[in-house]
Design a protein around this ligand. Structure first.
Ligand SMILES: [Zn+2]
Ligand SMILES: [Zn+2]
Length: 496
């Protein structure tokens, strides 16, 4: 391969000429290429690049060093932007929407150079940039004989899923774990991860949400105390590290390429993964050709439910919480034209009575509202009853602080948009939704919201009320969803 000097950067010729895209794709299909076994490779470069796809300029090594590794078969170069028959294609993020490409007069290649706008916040990918990946041997990681140090026990429902998970890992298959909110899904993963680690596999737990990565990291580290675990999210310090267990936001996987033998996607139905093809592309790029994929969710979408019912998707359900109590079932309560009342700065009488009753007995509650505009008016009304009541929404910069104050008991009632439908676990609370007929409250949102109640073993029960001005199909489906899970749990002996 010859090199063209373009400004200060050397560009492999195959990547810069017109036929490059074709040669690159031939090159891709020959992966992994064979490497020269007597070449002394740099273990630092190996650790930095193994399983990754980084831009040449992201690699803090002299170009000669990098290219020497390439010549000896230890690295692979790929063009970032391919020119296809019907336009550009971004190799890193899978974007082929031509509206999301732009071009600029490039100082490096001295041409009009097209770049991808879709993944630009991970570094600009243009036609003359090169993605570099490691194709040499994988770095050895020390795995103790017994990597899992955990003395808890799995419930019957968890056990069933854990066994299924181990099979999936061994067969490099795919599996959907459909676990109710509060099933204890992290523990279900432990034995499967241990099994993978023992056979030298690289494990990734990916999730759309940064808070989940931050919350999971210490739990995984304490279950696998002698195994290196890294946590990747925007701003994390582990970016240039590699480890047998990687926790990452699905976004961060854009930097990975054929890295993982086992990939677990937690909350697979959560925003933005569920609606963003780029993130699904990133997950597919990040896993090895032969690997296992495990998806976790409490609320699979309808297409997946159909596939499960038709036997087209392998799935295991955990219909019960680990504490063996049934899921609290929502009650529907008609509250009249609440929007009209809001205009007169009033709340429906039964909603207000519910709030006052909670304040009187000192039981905490979430009140979910459909929109930010209502949130502020409702909080204003409720603060005339009790000044400690507060509201949170997605753009609220005090969100974390307010949730913390709710946890500590300082805030008795927290009014919230659907932003808190997932992830927040507070023992012994009740939940109500006002305006449940709003289209923002889908079956899955309502199941997640109901899932906030009764999660702890000390307080396994609680109340969940859907205040509405006309019942919707989604409300009915959500209630059926929960009742079906309780029935299945009862039939399997998973609840008392
Ligand atoms: Zn260029
Ligand atoms: Zn892109």
């Amino acid at each position: 391969m010859r090199f063209l000097l373009k400004n200060e950067m050397l560009i492999p010729e195959a990547l810069s000429d017109k036929s490059g895209a074709k040669r690159i794709s031939e090159h891709k299909s020959s992966y992994p290429q064979s490497f020269n076994p007597i070449f002394k490779y740099s273990s630092e470069l190996q650790r930095l690049l193994y399983g990754k796809q980084l831009l040449l300029e992201e690699i803090p090594f002299p170009f000669e060093d990098i290219h020497n590794h390439y010549l000896n078969g230890f690295l692979q170069y790929r063009k970032c932007i391919e020119k296809m028959k019907d336009g550009y294609f971004c190799v890193r993020c899978g974007n082929s929407d031509q509206k999301l490409f732009a071009s600029f007069s490039c100082a490096r290649c001295r041409q009009e150079c097209a770049y991808c706008r879709k993944c630009i916040n991970m570094g600009r990918m243009s036609q003359c940039t090169v993605l570099v990946s490691w194709t040499g041997p994988s770095p050895l990681s020390k795995i103790p004989e017994k990597p899992l140090v955990w003395d808890g026990t799995l419930s019957d429902g968890q056990k069933r899923a854990s066994t299924e998970l181990i099979n999936t890992v061994q067969e490099n298959d795919q599996l959907l774990i459909w676990a109710v909110c509060g099933a204890g899904k992290t523990e279900i993963l432990f034995e499967g991860i241990e099994n993978a680690l023992k056979s030298g596999k690289k494990v990734c737990i990916a999730t759309p949400r940064t808070d989940v990565v931050i919350e999971l990291a210490p739990r995984i580290k304490s279950a696998f105390p002698e195994v290196d675990v890294i946590a990747l999210y925007g701003g994390s310090e582990d970016r240039n590290k590699a480890a047998p267990i990687t926790l990452a936001t699905t976004h961060q996987l854009l930097r990975y390429y054929k890295a993982f033998d086992m990939i677990i996607i937690d909350e697979v139905d959560a925003f933005p993964y569920s609606v963003e093809p780029m993130l699904q592309y990133a997950v597919n790029q990040a896993k090895k050709d032969i690997s296992s994929t495990i998806c976790l969710t409490a609320t699979p979408n309808q297409a997946w439910k159909n596939e499960i019912a038709n036997g087209k998707r392998k799935a295991v359900t955990i219909p019960a919480r680990y504490h063996r109590h049934p899921l609290p079932v929502p009650e529907f309560v008609w509250c009249g034209n609440w929007e009209k009342m809001m205009k007169k700065k009033r709340l429906p009488r039964n909603v207000l009575a519910w709030i006052k009753e909670h304040l009187n007995v000192g039981k905490q509650a979430f009140l979910f509202v459909p929109r930010i505009t209502y949130l502020e008016s409702i909080v204003d009304i409720l603060r005339t009853v009790d000044i400690r009541i507060a509201g949170v929404h997605a753009e609220d910069s005090d969100r974390k602080d307010k949730v913390a104050r709710f946890r500590s008991g300082e805030i008795p009632i927290l009014v919230t948009t659907t932003i808190l439908e997932r992830g927040v676990t507070v023992p012994n609370i009740d939940v109500a939704v006002i305006g449940t007929e709003d289209k923002i409250f889908t079956e899955s949102a309502l199941v997640q919201i109901s899932g906030r109640v009764g999660r702890s073993a000390q307080y396994p029960n609680g109340e969940i009320l859907f205040f509405h001005y006309g019942r919707t199909k989604e409300m009915i489906k959500a209630k059926q969803h929960i009742e079906n899970m309780n029935n299945e749990a009862l039939q399997n002996g998973f609840i008392n």
